[in-house]
Design a protein around this ligand. Structure first.
Ligand SMILES: [Zn+2]
Length: 256
């Protein structure tokens, strides 16, 4: 099976101890391609060096997370531009708005989000968007600053999901789809065109059922894919192949 994990923080502190085992388990479970999300310059450099051993299998994304808005400055943005323009980097992210953690700096977050969308457009790479308790502002910014990319860990309504897809954005769903109160994610999954769906872990966070509460890792993607395939009324193989094609199209590898 060729599973996709479009959002994995495998260079974060939580994987320091057993990084190679984590990569090995992913391989054993059929996780075919992994987008490594990095949020620090050093982390990005490590991930880039690592990805060179198998660039088809490992993609790298880098961007300033909205929670880090207070450390953002011109110098850091200059470094973002420099790193994401490298051929080893596939996407700019995660970027976006998070009013759950920090509503106080909403204006600064919006500015930072817009700046990074501009950078992504300059280097012609997709964006990976984080949006928490800020869906309408996120949508407005994305409509006013058109780009291409995906909504990571999408927590909006089915109607909102359809609106993003109309603008050409992909919708990535993860562990939340397996939770007992998953109605929301599953409605999104049902409502949107399967050609715009992606799977992700957001590891080390958001472990799917039955592993909820434990550290998450890319090897857990099958729990998520099974649930989403079932929700779409598709065979697992057919669903996984569709996600695979979506991911390649999202990366600009093919044009359908
Ligand atoms: Zn993330």
């Amino acid at each position: 099976m060729n599973y996709i994990d479009s959002h994995a923080h495998i260079f974060s502190e939580e994987f320091k101890e057993d990084f190679h085992d984590v990569c090995l388990r992913a391989k054993e479970n059929g996780i075919h391609r992994i987008m490594i999300i990095t949020t620090r310059v050093e982390e990005a450099k490590q991930a880039i060096a690592f990805s060179k051993q198998d660039p088809y299998r490992y993609q790298v994304a880098f961007g300033i997370h909205p929670e880090d808005v207070q450390i953002a400055n011109d110098d850091l943005l200059r470094q973002v531009r420099e790193i994401v323009s490298m051929p080893e980097v596939s996407a700019v992210g995660e970027i976006g708005l998070d009013y759950y953690w920090d509503k106080e700096h909403a204006e600064e977050q919006k500015q930072l989000f817009i700046e990074q969308i501009k950078i992504a457009n300059e280097v012609n790479k997709p964006i990976l968007v984080h949006s928490r308790d800020a869906m309408q502002d996120t949508y407005d910014i994305m409509v006013n600053n058109p780009s291409r990319g995906l909504m990571h860990c999408f927590a909006g309504s089915a109607e909102m999901g359809i609106e993003f897809v109309k603008k050409g954005y992909y919708i990535a769903l993860g562990g939340a789809a397996t939770f007992k109160n998953a109605r929301h994610s599953l409605e999104v999954c049902k409502a949107i065109d399967e050609r715009y769906l992606l799977t992700e872990t957001d590891c080390p966070y958001m472990s799917p059922e039955p592993l909820r509460g434990r550290r998450n890792e890319p090897a857990n993607i099958p729990y998520i894919a099974k649930k989403l395939a079932e929700t779409k009324g598709m065979e697992l193989e057919e669903f996984v192949e569709q996600i695979n094609q979506n991911y390649a199209r999202f990366l600009g590898e093919n044009n359908e």
